[in-house]
Design a binder for this molecule. Structure first.
Ligand code: E4P
Length: 217
C-alpha cells in the first residue's frame, strides 16, 4: 500500500518525506485555504514547490464544475509537473472530464466518492485513482471501511485498473484497516502516520534497554 500525506502544509510534507516512506501528496481546496495560499499564481507555485519536495504523485484539485473549464484547468495543473495528478469531483461533468483526460494521457484522481456505484463510474471513465472518503462516511453514521472492502471486491472481480486511494483518514487504525481491506493507497494526515509508530510496550522496552545499557557502558 502506498502512503500519501493529505495536506498542503510544507513543513508536514517535509517531515513525512524525511521519514523515507512517502509515496505522494493529496491536497484539496480546503487544505490549500488552510495554508493561506491565495490567488492562482500562488496556488500554482505551491503545487510546484510540493512537486519539487516529493518524488511521487501529487494530486491538485480543479475548482471548476463544468466540462470545458475542468479540462482547461486540468491541463494547466498537469503542465506544472509530470507528477501532477488532476483531482476531479465525482459529478457528471467530472466523469466526462476524467474520460477525456484518460484518453489524452493526463492522470486523474476522482474525488468525493461515497458509494460503490460512484467507484464503478470512476473506473469505467479511466480514473488513475479514486478516493472514497472513509472518515466522512463514519462521521455520518455509516461504515467507511465497509465501502473500501466492497470496492476492492468489485474492482478485483471486474479487473478494473483504477487504484483505490482511501481518503479522509482520521486515525492510525484507519490506515491498518485500509491495508487489510486491500486499498492501493492511503492518504493520511501526519498525525495518523506518526501514530503508527506508537506502542507503550515499545517505550517501556526501550527505556529498560537503555537503563540496562548503562550497566556495561
Ligand atoms: C483527500 O484527497 C481528501 O480531500 C481528504 O482526505 C478529505 O479529508 P477530510 O474528510 O478530513 O476533509
Amino acid at each position: 500500500m502506498k502512503f500519501f500525506i493529505d495536506t498542503a502544509n510544507l513543513a508536514q510534507i517535509k517531515e513525512a518525506n524525511d521519514l523515507g516512506i512517502l509515496d505522494g501528496v493529496t491536497t484539496n481546496p480546503s487544505l490549500m485555504a488552510k495554508e493561506g495560499v491565495k490567488g492562482n499564481d500562488a496556488v500554482m507555485q505551491h503545487y510546484k514547490t510540493i512537486c519539487e519536495m516529493v518524488d511521487g504523485d501529487i494530486s491538485a484539485e480543479v475548482i471548476s464544475t463544468d466540462f470545458e473549464n475542468i479540462i482547461a484547468e486540468g491541463k494547466k495543473l498537469a503542465a506544472i509537473h509530470k507528477n501532477i495528478v488532476v483531482k476531479v469531483p465525482m459529478i457528471k461533468d467530472g466523469i466526462k472530464a476524467i474520460k477525456w483526460f484518460s484518453d489524452n494521457g493526463i492522470r486523474t484522481n476522482c474525488t468525493l466518492v461515497f458509494s460503490a456505484g460512484q467507484a464503478i463510474l470512476a473506473a469505467k471513465a479511466g480514473a488513475t485513482y479514486m478516493s472514497p472518503f472513509i472518515g466522512r462516511i463514519d462521521d455520518s453514521g455509516w461504515d467507511g471501511m465497509e465501502l473500501i472492502h466492497q470496492i476492492r471486491q468489485i474492482y478485483s472481480i471486474q479487473g478494473f485498473k483504477t487504484e483505490i486511494l482511501a481518503a479522509s483518514i482520521r486515525n492510525p487504525n484507519h490506515i491498518i484497516k485500509c491495508a487489510e481491506a486491500g486499498a492501493d493507497v492511503c492518504t493520511c494526515p501526519l498525525d495518523s502516520i506518526l501514530g503508527l509508530l506508537k506502542h507503550p510496550l515499545t517505550d517501556i522496552g526501550l527505556a529498560k534497554f537503555l537503563e540496562d545499557a548503562q550497566k556495561f557502558a
